[in-house]
Design a protein around this ligand. Structure first.
Ligand SMILES: *Cc1c(COP(=O)(O)O)cnc(C)c1O
Length: 400
């Protein structure tokens, strides 16, 4: 029997490359191989104790039924307080939609905004899921390449060139995964002025807001004024901030129309995010915040080490990350060199050779729209990092 074809959406989707390499590394580890993983897109810390305890209490208190689809009032209120305190932004609880992680929030955003043929400007290097999520929601990702010299940040001229009558939205991700770069207030002002002039939405992915270094400050583009706030959908999550990736709680703040649309979409697609995780997220956001600073300091030490180590290596270089937990490394100079008789042609076979021969896992830049790069996560212990980087050094020294 010949089955009917799957949907075009299904046929066009590519699996998340970051998860793919991670699962291969995990499989090698399970086979007893001593793999050093630089692939992880998540903090290596355990969720802080007071947050875990809130979840245990929720279970024991029987908080195990459906909740309102877009989140429980106490969590929405805690999120509103967070926006006011951290970002100087006033939202009402009904402007908040709590979802199953920031990834789900982004899916809701595009479902609420996009019609077939609508364009979303995506600066590259970009986080792997943006183009796929836009396509899944009938939009067209319009990828705009940014320059390393400009810190991989989208400039006014580049943006202006990409804008068309079909432009529905622009994605901003600061601090950025994968580049670690942070937009300044004045850079965001330039972008905001174009958004107002041409009337398109801003999707601001701020999941790394708290993981920021070198005295840099996170600034939310929504805080540039009431008009720009109305055009902005902020996406955030407890995932990276509180080492809660597995709990799956993300959220948005937006104008009321968009929030209601997203809440309605979610009410049919998934209903509420996990009730217990919502209680845990409430404890995370409204509880003591010193756990964040402890993790941040630890990340910063590792960042300093990795950044310096990489820039002392031959053939590769990276610009200093100021946020998130990744080094984005230019490996172009290794292309057309040979490793034990095999020619290195791109980031993918660089990563494969390194994993196979030196059991070091990292993510090739292809999935981020930057084939000349690799991404190394430093969300791993200092000890692992030292071993893994020494292996990378040996690998590079073999290239002729
Ligand atoms: C991890 C990540 C997300 C998704 O976060 P979840 O809450 O785990 O879904 C979204 N955006 C960026 C840039 C990320 O790195």
């Amino acid at each position: 029997m010949v089955f009917k074809m799957l949907s075009q959406k299904a046929l066009q989707i590519t699996p998340s490359p970051t998860l793919a390499i991670d699962s291969k590394a995990k499989q090698m580890k399970a086979e007893g191989k001593d793999v050093i993983g630089f692939g992880a897109g998540e903090p290596d810390f355990d969720t802080p104790v007071h947050i875990r305890e809130a979840a245990i209490s929720a279970i024991n208190d029987g908080f195990t039924r459906y909740t309102p689809a877009s989140g429980i009032p106490e969590l929405k209120k805690a999120i509103c307080n967070k926006f006011f305190k951290d970002n100087g932004l006033s939202y009402e609880p009904q402007q908040i939609v709590v979802s199953n992680g920031a990834k789900h929030s982004l899916d809701n955003v595009f479902a609420a905004l996009l019609n077939e043929g609508d364009e979303v400007i995506v600066p590259s290097p970009y986080w792997v899921s943006y183009p796929e999520l836009i396509k899944l929601n009938d939009g067209i990702p319009l990828v705009v390449k940014t320059k390393k010299e400009n810190g991989f940040k989208l400039g006014k001229a580049e943006l202006e060139k990409a804008i068309s009558p079909r432009t529905k939205a622009l994605i901003i991700n600061s601090p950025s995964n994968p580049t670690g770069q942070v937009y300044t207030r004045s850079e965001l002002e330039e972008i905001a002025s174009l958004a107002l002039k041409h009337n398109f939405y801003l999707v601001s992915d701020e999941v790394y807001e708290k993981i920021i270094y070198d005295g840099k400050e996170h600034f939310s583009i929504a805080s540039l004024g009431e008009e720009i706030k109305d055009l902005t959908i902020i996406v955030n999550a407890v995932s990276k901030t509180y080492a809660m990736t597995g709990w799956r709680i993300g959220y948005t703040a937006s104008n009321q129309k968009i929030a209601s649309a997203m809440a309605d979409i979610q009410s049919h697609a998934t209903s509420n995010p996990n009730s217990i995780a919502q209680k845990a997220a409430t404890a995370a956001i409204s509880g003591p915040q010193d756990c964040i600073e402890e993790m941040r300091q630890s990340f910063e030490k590792r960042k300093d080490y990795m950044y310096q180590f990489i820039n002392n290596l031959p053939l590769v270089s990276c610009i200093e990350p100021h946020g998130a937990f990744y080094a984005f490394v230019d490996i172009k100079e290794t292309f057309s060199r040979n490793f034990r008789g095999i020619k290195i042609e791109n980031g993918n076979n660089f990563a494969e050779l390194l994993l196979e021969h030196y059991t070091v896992a990292l993510v090739p830049g292809d999935g981020f729209g930057a084939p000349d790069y690799i991404r190394l996560s430093y969300a791993t212990s200092m000890e692992n990092m030292v071993t893994g980087l020494e292996r990378l050094k040996s690998f590079l020294s073999e290239l002729i």
